[in-house]
Design a protein around this ligand. Structure first.
Ligand code: BGP
Length: 479
């Protein structure tokens, strides 16, 4: 099958429609936009009890970007036309669990929400677009955080399976690819809060207990395996796992920098895909758990479940590469924070380092490790695009970024890597997951909205729209 070219988005960053069809409040609806500090990192908050109270009872002027997204649900027909005009083969969307089960525990699903998603999937299929579904993209019903403490409670596995079963029953005929969890390796140490753990300031450090983190991850691994086991009985789709690929380089040829780089990649990247694509916990995590007093509770049958329900392909999001330097390493929340700049690379205003060759390196490393097809599930260049006179957006920098990355993808395929698809992140501009900023734009279609949700939400094609459209057409005609 020819490699597919498409796009991707996420419910809480795209949809808006916060109060449509009695949606339950979820963890992404609680993340309040906090003006960015003047350095390149963002100052978004992690979820605390106070944040939840504030989200339930907002103060004057509070803004929760996940509740507006790019107002996608009210522009869905127009946006699908853009996807069709681009000629994309495949589109990745996520479904908000809390639309289907507002508290996560209702007896029956929300039929209005199911109809809404069904209409979207039908429209996409009517345009000949394959569907890649993320069952969840960081968000979980807030009620499950408050009642069970989030994913650290094994109860969530059953509730998640119940949600997945409804999605498979209702939409199975439309689905081509499914991933149970978006970027399972970034949910816990970042503002995304994919585990739904409450940060406890009294704990000091990152505010998390490492045992809660790895209990939550184990439950997500088990949920992923159970979803794949169920889905293989019900559907004819390919199941993926997905991790953010950070592509690490040692700061120098100092062996200590190389050692730190190896360790950083193991804990922050390979651990997750080793479990989900190879089917078992890797040796190096046993030492990590010993050194950090972490005890992961395996229930009877967990090992077989993981071994017998591995992913068909390995998805990864790729934006940038990073540098690991032993003297700059610092441990937080059981992870190493990397802050070193690469003198050979340029970066965007968020400090993300532009490295097309890193894409080729990542594709080779992932394929070499698992000998399973890879899929680039997110890629593009975050930039504060300017809407010029006549509603023009001259994003030549994004065209350059995409062109350079496409070249490296083709070189990786020439190396022998089997790549299923490339998905451009946020084809229509969406809210940034990390910084909650609308001005960190990735798309080839501009959305007129600012970081506080003000604007017309009108869409305007960027210069990169034609670039991507022409590229896809050339790809289709080249086979
Ligand atoms: C990934 C997420 C996406 C997306 C992307 C870009 O981690 O899967 O949701 O947002 O990062 O990051 P950001 O939006 O923070 O710029």
């Amino acid at each position: 099958m020819r490699m597919l070219w498409g796009g991707a988005s996420a419910s809480s960053q795209y949809e808006g429609g916060f109060d449509l069809f009695n949606k339950g409040i979820d963890t992404q609806d609680c993340r309040r936009y906090v003006k960015r500090t003047d350095n390149a990192t963002t100052s978004t908050r992690l979820l605390t009890k106070a944040d939840i109270e504030r989200a339930k009872h907002p103060l004057e002027g509070d803004f929760f970007p996940g509740r507006k997204g790019s107002e996608g649900l009210s522009h869905i027909d127009e946006d699908i036309e853009y996807l069709s005009e681009l000629g994309i083969d495949i589109y990745r969307i996520s479904i908000a669990w809390s639309r289907i089960f507002p508290t996560g525990e209702e007896e029956t699903p929300n039929e209005d929400a199911l109809k809404m998603y069904g209409d979207i999937l039908k429209k996409l299929k009517s345009k000949g677009i394959k569907i890649y579904l993320s069952l969840t993209h960081y968000a979980l019903p807030l009620a499950l955080v408050e009642k069970y403490g989030g994913w650290k409670n094994r109860k969530l596995v059953d509730l998640y399976l119940k949600y997945a079963k409804v999605i498979f029953e209702k939409f199975g005929e439309y689905l081509d690819f499914v991933v149970p969890f978006n970027e399972i390796n970034t949910g816990f140490f970042s503002p995304f809060n994919g585990l739904g753990l409450l940060r406890d300031e009294n704990l000091g450090g990152s505010g998390y207990d490492l045992n809660d983190i790895f209990a939550g991850l184990h439950n997500q691994f088990i949920a992923s395996a159970k979803v794949i086991e169920l889905g293989r009985k019900m559907l004819n789709v390919k199941f993926g796992c997905m991790a953010a690929c950070f592509c690490y380089y040692g700061y120098s040829c100092n062996p200590l920098d190389q050692l730190k780089t190896l360790q950083y990649e193991q804990v922050n990247q390979w651990f997750f895909t080793d479990v989900l694509a190879a089917g078992e916990y890797p040796y190096y995590m046993k030492k990590y758990f010993r050194d950090n007093n972490v005890k992961v509770e395996f229930l009877p049958g967990d090992e077989e479940l993981l071994k017998n329900n591995t992913a068909d392909f390995v998805g990864f999001s790729y934006y940038q590469s990073n540098v690991c330097a032993s003297e700059e390493m610092e441990k937080t929340a059981g992870n190493l924070v990397v802050s070193t700049k690469n003198p050979y690379l340029k970066a965007n205003e968020w400090g993300w380092q532009i490295d097309p060759v890193g894409m080729r390196i990542s594709m080779n490393k992932i394929y070499d490790r698992y000998k399973k097809p890879v899929m680039i599930t997110e890629n593009s260049f975050g930039y504060n695009d300017v809407l010029e006179e006549g509603n023009i957006i001259n994003d030549d920098y994004r065209i350059q970024y995409l062109n350079d990355h496409f070249e490296q993808i083709k070189l990786a395929i020439d190396d022998g890597v089997e790549c299923l698809a490339y998905l451009l992140w946020g084809i229509v501009d969406i809210v940034s997951a990390g910084s909650l900023e609308m001005t960190k734009r990735y798309g080839v279609v501009y959305v007129d909205a600012d970081n506080l949700g003000n604007g017309t939400y009108k869409r305007y094609k960027k210069k990169s729209f034609k670039f991507y459209k022409d590229f896809i057409e050339k790809e289709k005609n080249s086979v």
